[in-house]
Design a protein around this ligand. Structure first.
Ligand SMILES: *Cc1c(COP(=O)(O)O)cnc(C)c1O
Length: 473
């Protein structure tokens, strides 16, 4: 049995694979095979072992494939020559080499903080392929973005006031727009539902007077040429995402109609394509989403509008794996518990909200080979000192033993690059891998494992006597 929970679900649940995987025996088989190869190679090459009990792995082949699929999906539904910028939502995987890899595949960057902008710049993402969307931009951030010529979507009227002031004092080549919240409703996960009636993002379009305010804002500012919405994320059904885009398009048409010209030339439809965390299959696909959009909102694709997209999770999630060594295996109350080195510090959402963010777990033996064995109901725990630090609870897996490895799958977005400092656990190293298809795997370091000196430095190490000197008894 290889990664039993993954494969049985796969065979039952999902029909077609649009992936470019070599092995077509089931959807996502190629990706799973690459992952298995990489885990074994990580153990064999000493990236992972007793002294380095946790790593993050990134499948370079898979990332490139997803980028190709994204571009092809929208190319297939737009008129030839329509400008399209696919900007990766940096928050999903804020790692410079990943942003550079995506840049190499023609993908830009959507940034939402000075830190994310700095990462995109460090990766060499061109300013004209960068979009700034944060809900809390300071005047200094806005000034920098406008000076650089980065696209900015104003979140609210107060921010637009600030942009007005900057536009009054200098010229900018930044494409500028307003973010609207079409208020089409939420999905199954409240924390990732951005288009609820009371969401904190954008101008709430259905509030009294809001739509008219937006229209007037454009009519009064000929330099506003874009319109932006990001309707949701994981847990939001495709139909709702499509409705959000349809509402945004309708507003763009209304504004251009009232302006009597094509003032809005680009619609930014945000990201939010949900990810299947239940098997190796990629569902839904970019192609499915693009076709649904084209059917529901044909006018958006007839060549009159440029397009911006901002996908995050769907580009990276399935290409990342956290692998951790099993330090101890014990039983508690009769239930087997594997104590591993992956817990709340790398899988924060899963640990704190397990019902919303369940992760598949794969078990590998001490040599890094997929473990076989009858399913045993057990807990897979992390290293942190609180009882809820569980990667998986009551999961049927081959019995996990001391010295084995467990992998948390589909963790390439919003997981290992979002380290949480609980218990001062070190950030794991992250490595990209590529295989030549014959079992030979090469790794490249993406992010160094955090060193203890760094933890001390980040925790006020240089200020050790700050408090005793501030006030002496
Ligand atoms: C987070 C975010 C995205 C990306 O969302 P995913 O669900 O990861 O695709 C895109 N746009 C904005 C404005 C965001 O906040």
């Amino acid at each position: 049995m290889r990664v039993r929970d993954a494969r049985t679900t796969t065979r039952r649940g999902f029909g077609v694979d649009i992936g470019y995987d070599g092995d077509v025996s089931y959807p996502g088989a190629g990706r799973a095979a690459r992952r298995d190869e990489a885990v074994r190679a990580a153990v064999e090459q000493g990236l992972l072992g007793p002294g380095t009990p946790i790593v993050g792995l990134l499948d370079v082949t898979g990332i490139r494939e997803s980028a190709v699929e994204l571009r092809a999906a929208f190319d297939a539904v737009t008129e030839p020559g329509t400008p399209a910028l696919h900007a990766f939502a940096v928050k999903a995987t804020p790692l410079v080499p990943v942003l550079r890899l995506l840049r190499d595949e023609g993908i830009g960057a959507e940034v939402a903080s000075p830190g994310e902008l700095a990462l995109a710049r460090a990766a060499g993402v061109p300013v004209e392929r960068t979009v700034l969307d944060s809900p809390a931009k300071t005047p200094a951030e806005l000034r920098e973005a406008l000076a650089l010529g980065i696209a900015v979507n104003a979140d609210n009227p107060q921010e637009l006031d600030r942009i007005d002031a900057l536009m009054g004092s200098a010229v900018s080549r930044s494409p500028l727009g307003i973010r609207v919240n079409p208020q089409v409703g939420g999905g199954s996960i409240e924390a990732t539902s951005t288009a609820t009636a009371t969401s904190k993002f954008g101008v709430a379009l259905r509030d009294e007077g809001a739509r008219e305010w937006v229209v007037r804002a454009y009519l009064d500012r000929p330099w506003l040429t874009r319109l932006h919405a990001h309707t949701g994320s994981q847990g939001v059904p495709l139909s709702l995402l499509v409705r959000g885009v349809a509402e945004t398009y309708a507003l763009a048409e209304e504004i251009n109609g009232r302006a009597g010209r094509r003032q809005i030339d680009t619609v930014d439809i945000g990201g939010g394509l949900p990810v299947n965390f239940a098997s190796d299959a990629t569902t839904p696909t970019y192609a499915q989403y693009a076709r649904m959009l084209r059917e529901a909102v044909p006018g958006l694709f007839d060549g009159r509008y440029g397009l911006v997209t901002e996908f995050g999770r769907s580009l990276l999630a399935k290409h990342g794996t956290v692998v951790a060594r099993v330090e101890y295996a014990k039983t508690s109350g009769g239930r087997p518990v594997a104590v591993t080195h992956a817990g709340v510090q790398v899988a924060t959402r899963t640990v704190y909200a397990p019902a919303s963010w369940p992760l598949r777990i794969a078990v590998y033996g001490a040599k890094g080979r997929p473990k076989e064995g009858p399913p045993v109901v057990q807990d897979v725990a992390g290293p942190a000192c609180f009882a809820g630090d569980l990667l998986a609870e009551r999961r049927a897996l081959p019995l996990v033993e001391q010295g084995d490895y467990v992998a948390a799958l589909d963790t390439g977005a919003y997981y290992f690059a979002h380290h949480y400092g609980y218990n001062s656990l070190a950030r794991p190293g992250v490595y990209g891998f590529a295989s030549d298809g014959t079992g030979s795997v090469t790794f490249a370091m993406v992010r160094e494992p955090q060193r203890l000196e760094e933890i001390v430095a980040e925790s006020g190490g240089a200020q050790a006597s700050a408090l005793t000197e501030l006030q002496r008894p």
